[in-house]
Design a protein around this ligand. Structure first.
Ligand SMILES: [Zn+2]
Length: 454
């Protein structure tokens, strides 16, 4: 058994953190979560805690990053020349994609997932579509890229939901994949399913899920095949939705309806489905998502970076869509920043304050993300849950003097001092215990961005 004494811990159903909480775990599961100041006088606690690891600051459940494309991290800081938009950014992203193979992707993803661990992320949903070799030729193991991501997460010490993504067409009109996109394609949804069926990693830190890249990339008549596969296997299904108005316009032109309506008509929506972004839904789309209890994952720092816009997030939550958060393109890897952006972006949109409570922000970053990724046993500091503990210091230049309840409005990823995943320490004293994160990021990014002629 391992015991920790958290100076403050954010317990389920509490409006604010609780002081002096003894947390115990055996075999990676929480076995007791006891607020000492409620159950006994504060001074009595000290004697019974001899072997407990002290966690000064605020301890929260593991943060779940519900939307990631690990290789996009290589683009950070490289896409700001001139006046690029989403589509010019995408061209640069394709250039990196052409340089990746299972070895270089393992090195890059390992460093990126270790950066996430440093930020307090204990579980990531990898929306994975870079499946095949150059020109679309499968590797000898057609799931070699998936295997590299699973290994990368193991090295970084975090859990992974591998959202194996169907990416079959180059546009809403069903145009064939061209150029770098050919590496993403399996031909059709049945062949996508056959490849994924052949991949069943046994490791405990990984679960599978399915993804539809978008209505741009999966023809309408094949949407139900992917959704049906996820449903039969009881796995989460994710889909990029209405990130750009151009997607809505193209969908209306070809199908005469919005992307959300198209997904609804083909059985894609529901409580096991997560719509990623949902930045430009109509009022009817918001109702379709909420009534079907479809989850919504917003990625505010990426949506800001790509000039996508701000979605009606409060309205979607009120309509019935549980929220989660993703760092997506990894322009920023900081779920505190993503969480407070829920509130901040609504303030900019409405010129009013007070849209989300602190508990709603914590919920989106923790239990909401884990649920979207198929880990119903993680994201709460409660008996029986996975022993994921993320501790944020309250004595840094950013957080000193901040009341614990305000930590999600003040802390950054750099304030995370300790991370425990499934009972195992991964980060201590603000350092990753097995990965030299800055050095590995530098080297892995250099390997996939070096100029051909240098
Ligand atoms: Zn994405």
């Amino acid at each position: 058994m391992t015991r920790w004494l958290a100076e403050y811990a954010w317990l389920p159903d509490r409006a604010e953190p609780t002081r002096d909480v003894l947390i115990e775990a055996t075999d990676g599961r929480l076995t007791a979560v006891t607020p000492l100041t409620v159950d006994r006088p504060p001074t009595a606690g000290v004697e019974v805690l001899g072997d407990a690891v002290r966690l000064p600051g605020l301890t929260v459940p593991g943060l779940a990053n519900a939307h990631s494309h690990a290789f996009h991290r290589a683009l950070r800081g490289r896409t700001h020349d001139g006046r690029g938009d989403f589509w010019s950014w995408r061209s640069l992203m394709y250039a990196v994609a052409t340089r990746l193979d299972p070895d270089t992707y393992l090195a890059l993803a390992r460093a990126v997932y270790a950066e996430m661990a440093l930020a307090g992320i204990t579980c990531v949903g990898e929306f994975h579509y870079l499946h095949h070799g150059p020109g679309g030729t499968p590797y000898d193991d057609p799931n070699a890229m998936s295997a590299a991501l699973v290994e990368a997460a193991a090295h970084a010490g975090i859990r992974l939901t591998l959202l194996d993504t169907a990416y079959l067409a180059g546009g809403v009109d069903g145009a064939p994949l061209t150029g770098p996109q050919r590496r993403f394609g399996d031909g059709d949804a049945l062949r996508w399913a056959a490849r994924v069926d052949a991949f069943r990693p046994a490791d405990d830190h990984v679960r599978l899920g399915a993804a539809i890249h978008s209505v741009r990339a999966v023809p309408a008549e094949q949407l139900a095949t992917v959704a049906g596969w996820a449903d039969r296997n009881g796995l989460p299904l994710h889909v990029h939705l209405s990130e750009q108005p151009a997607e809505n316009d193209a969908c209306r032109a070809v199908h005469g309806c919005t992307p959300t309506r198209l997904l609804a008509d083909h059985g894609v929506l529901g409580p096991h489905t997560t719509a990623v972004h949902a930045t430009h839904p109509t009022a009817a789309d918001v109702a379709l998502l909420g009534d079907s209890r479809t989850r919504v994952c917003v990625c505010p720092t990426t949506e800001r970076d790509l000039a996508d816009g701000v979605g009606p997030v409060r309205r979607m939550a009120d309509a019935g869509s549980p929220l989660s958060l993703g760092s997506d393109s990894h322009a920023v890897v900081d779920l505190f920043e993503e969480a407070r952006a829920l509130e901040m972006d609504e303030r900019l949109r409405t010129r009013r304050r007070g849209h989300f409570t602190p508990v709603e922000l914590v919920t989106a970053a923790t239990v909401g993300g884990h649920a979207a990724l198929g880990w119903g046993d993680a994201g709460r500091l409660a008996v029986g849950q996975r022993a994921d503990l993320v501790t944020v210091r309250l004595d840094s230049a950013r957080t000193a003097g901040v009341p614990p309840v305000g930590a999600f409005f003040a802390a950054t990823a750099a304030d995370v001092t300790s991370v425990v995943v499934d009972g195992r320490p991964v980060v201590d004293g603000g350092r990753h215990l097995t990965v030299d994160v800055p050095t590995e990021l530098r080297d892995a990014i250099a390997a996939v961005t070096a100029k051909e002629d240098s």
